[in-house]
Write a protein that binds this ligand. Structure first.
Ligand code: NAP
Length: 253
């Protein structure tokens, strides 16, 4: 029960890593405020899973790319649970596209959701934590793509490097308020975001062979690391990035 008594907010919790993280946080005793955008059925499933673990949960619809979504989300969580202890910036999109002809709308939307959204959400959460005066933990779901490139991801990888950089700067800006800021860098985690890409059995098997632990990741693999960073076990960890990739990054050959 590493998160007993804490309120955890997660963006993009209707599916994938966001849902896995919500469930793991609930297992560790947290109450959850969960943002989603389009997948109503998905968020209902996440809520049901959290409540089945005996924890309280609310959902807050909102496009993270819209600046006002941050304030709205934080206000709703604070109203329901009395405050905000942990904020997980997870919502993201990765529309694969070749660089040379990526339409500007694809680039701009990816930046707006993954980076601008994370910035305004983080700012809204940090303001509330500073007001509360009891510190907190901000966690960005960055990516292994913050460290390496992808030929079909030139509009995506800079957003993931960006959120990691955001956490580094925030660690400095918010350290005096006792607010820790870290990022998690997942490798290849099987979710909807890469379902199409990994539908090709050859590609999937190639990826599995590249991973020293011999398998793709699951949302709960990432969630465990988030729980650690959210908890008091990580009380002296700030400005850090943790790769959760089964060893993929270090496997040059
Ligand atoms: P996913 O299964 O496609 O889930 C994406 C989540 O983000 C959904 O809950 C979706 O909500 C939400 N979302 C998308 N656009 C949004 C918006 N504008 N406003 C609010 N929520 C929005 O993807 P995932 O793999 O779990 O990805 C989660 C995060 O992990 C992303 O930031 C991604 O970059 C990162 N990541 C993933 C991997 C991987 O291999 N899977 C690796 C590294 C990093 P709705 O469906 O309700 O719209």
């Amino acid at each position: 029960m590493l998160l007993a008594g804490k309120t955890v907010l997660i963006t993009g919790a209707s599916r994938g890593i966001g849902r896995g993280t919500a469930i793991e946080c609930a297992r560790h005793g947290a109450d959850l405020a969960l943002n989603w955008f389009q997948d109503r059925e998905g968020i209902e499933e996440t809520l049901a899973a959290v409540r089945a673990l005996g924890r309280r949960a609310i959902e807050v619809e909102g496009d993270v790319a819209r600046r006002e979504s941050g304030e709205r989300f934080i206000d709703a969580a604070a109203k329901a649970f009395g405050g905000v202890d942990v904020f997980v910036n997870n919502a993201g999109i990765c529309p694969f596209h070749a660089f040379l002809d990526t339409p500007p709308e694809v680039f701009e939307r990816t930046m707006a959701v993954n980076l601008h959204g994370a910035y305004y959400m983080t700012q809204a959460a940090a303001r509330r934590m500073r007001e509360q005066g009891r510190g907190g933990s901000l966690i960005a779901i960055s990516s292994i793509s913050a460290l390496v490139g992808g030929g079909m991801q030139a509009h995506y990888t800079p957003t993931k490097a960006g959120v990691h950089s955001l956490m580094q700067s925030c660690a400095i800006a918010l350290g005096p308020h006792g607010i820790r800021c870290n990022s998690v860098m997942p490798g290849t985690i099987a979710t909807d975001i890469n379902k199409e890409d990994l539908a090709d059995p050859e590609k999937r098997s190639y990826m599995e062979k590249r991973i020293p632990l011999g398998r793709l990741g699951e949302p709960r693999d990432v969630a465990g690391c988030v729980v650690f960073l959210a908890s008091d076990l990580a009380r002296y960890v700030t400005g850090a990035a943790v790769l959760v990739d089964g060893g993929l990054f270090v496997n040059l050959q």
